[in-house]
Ligand binder design. Structure first.
Ligand SMILES: [Mn+2]
Length: 426
């Protein structure tokens, strides 16, 4: 299924008048405050987020997985799904592949399909947290940190293979997330495990093309419940520094212990020029992989406030790889992703409205009340008309969820693909 322009225009018709009233009112009040509304809309339009290939089917938990009808069962169908989301939102102009779940059979055809839908290939993700079919060695007791050199070598080679696949598609970065760690005290020697990991990452880093970057993700626990080798941003930062200038830390919102100050982590990493990528999701208790902005939208705004500050003031930090890393257990995955994209854009737009100059003055004067007022004034602004205008200008839907339902996308997909298809992945 492909959504045509006239389909979207039809879906937009009913809401056009009320949208115009909203955007006129907002433009007027923001302009009076000295905001360049056109520039904000342009920034929103330029902000593209990668959809991970594993998020297009139903997710699951260790207790079970409930399939969603009409799931994509091939890489081509996954890219088509990203195309559907992108045509409605104009925000999902990239896909992030997971190897070995998404090894292309025909590179040329896959690249043509993606470019026809205006979709780029973002970071490629390796997988050393599962044993692959016919693998010689097992990752049960770790991959890059394993005590056995043959296992480490297999994991290094897998990452090099992933780079090779990504290179043929036009990707420019490799994301490494390790499940390595231990479940019980005494199981691992912390120092040996970290040293092995550093050496393995350096070996992968050596195979990185000159215009690539390596993104090192961290996580405090799960699937190992006593210790994780790369447990926090400090460890990731240390490893990225040990590898070299093309290695960076990657922050995943769900990979922190409760109440961590993630906006401060983001800020410090950008100051040091070492924030390479960002994974969006939301959570209540742990790595819950819920829809972005569904639980803690103010925290997301504060994080974006630091990201925007960093993008404007830290030329030492590279452009970031943005990706949604969520799992969809009870919602239609495509609707869930559309909601996440809207929440990301909303937090970004609000952060763009923060009066940075006034904030700096208030900080210098230690005017704590004004500092808070400035942040909350931006946060309390209803920026949804700006997002709608950004989409409308690019041919997207005023309301992507409403258009998705009006166009009956899921039922069309079920008709095309059958009811009980299952997406590859977890
Ligand atoms: Mn992640």
């Amino acid at each position: 299924m492909k959504i045509e322009q006239h389909h979207i225009q039809d879906a937009n018709k009913k809401a056009l008048k009320s949208h115009q009233e909203h955007i006129d009112f907002l433009t007027n009040s923001l302009t009076n405050k000295g905001v360049n509304v056109e520039a904000v809309i342009k920034k929103i339009q330029d902000f593209q987020v990668a959809i991970p290939s594993w998020a297009l089917g139903a997710g699951g938990t260790r207790f079970g997985r409930f399939s969603f009808y009409g799931e994509p069962s091939s890489l081509e169908q996954k890219i088509q799904d990203v195309g559907l989301i992108h045509s409605l939102t104009q925000t999902a102009g990239a896909v992030s592949l997971h190897i070995p779940w998404d090894i292309p059979q025909d590179y040329k055809a896959v690249k043509e399909l993606a470019s026809g839908l205006n979709i780029k290939f973002d970071a490629v993700n390796s997988n050393t947290f599962q044993d692959q079919k016919n693998a010689q060695e097992s990752y049960k007791y770790g991959s890059l940190s394993n005590t056995n050199e043959a296992v480490r070598q297999q994991a290094i080679q897998h990452n090099l293979d992933v780079i090779n696949i990504g290179n043929q598609l036009g990707s420019k970065s490799l994301t490494v997330w390790l499940a390595d760690g231990s479940c019980f005290p005494g199981q691992n020697n912390f120092q040996t495990a970290l040293q092995h990991t550093e050496n393995s990452l350096k070996a992968i880093y050596k195979g990185l093309p000159s215009d690539w970057s390596m993104l090192i993700e961290y996580k405090p626990y799960e699937p190992n419940f006593y210790s994780t080798v790369i447990q926090d941003w400090g460890t990731s930062f240390m490893l990225a520094n040990a590898c070299g200038e093309k290695a960076f830390s990657l922050v995943d919102l769900g990979h922190h212990l409760p109440n961590s100050n993630i906006e401060q982590i983001v800020s410090i990493l950008m100051l040091k020029g070492k924030l390479g990528g960002f994974h969006f999701n939301d959570s209540k208790y742990g790595d819950d992989d819920l829809t972005v902005g569904s639980i803690k939208p103010y925290a997301l705004f504060l994080i974006f406030n630091e990201l925007v500050y960093g993008m404007q003031n830290n030329p030492q930090n590279p452009d970031l790889a943005w990706m949604i890393d969520a799992s969809h257990n009870v919602k239609d995955p495509l609707e869930d992703l559309i909601q996440s994209l809207e929440a990301i854009q909303e937090a970004y737009a609000k952060a763009l409205l923060v009066d940075q100059k006034a904030l700096k003055t208030a900080q210098l004067e230690n005017d704590v009340v004004t500092c808070q007022e400035l942040l909350q004034d931006a946060y309390r602004t209803d920026v949804r008309p700006l997002l709608a205008q950004a989409r409308l200008d690019k041919g997207g839907a005023l309301s992507p969820i409403q258009a998705y339902r009006a166009l009956d996308v899921r039922n069309q997909l079920i008709k095309e693909r059958g009811k009980n298809t299952v997406a590859t992945g977890l």
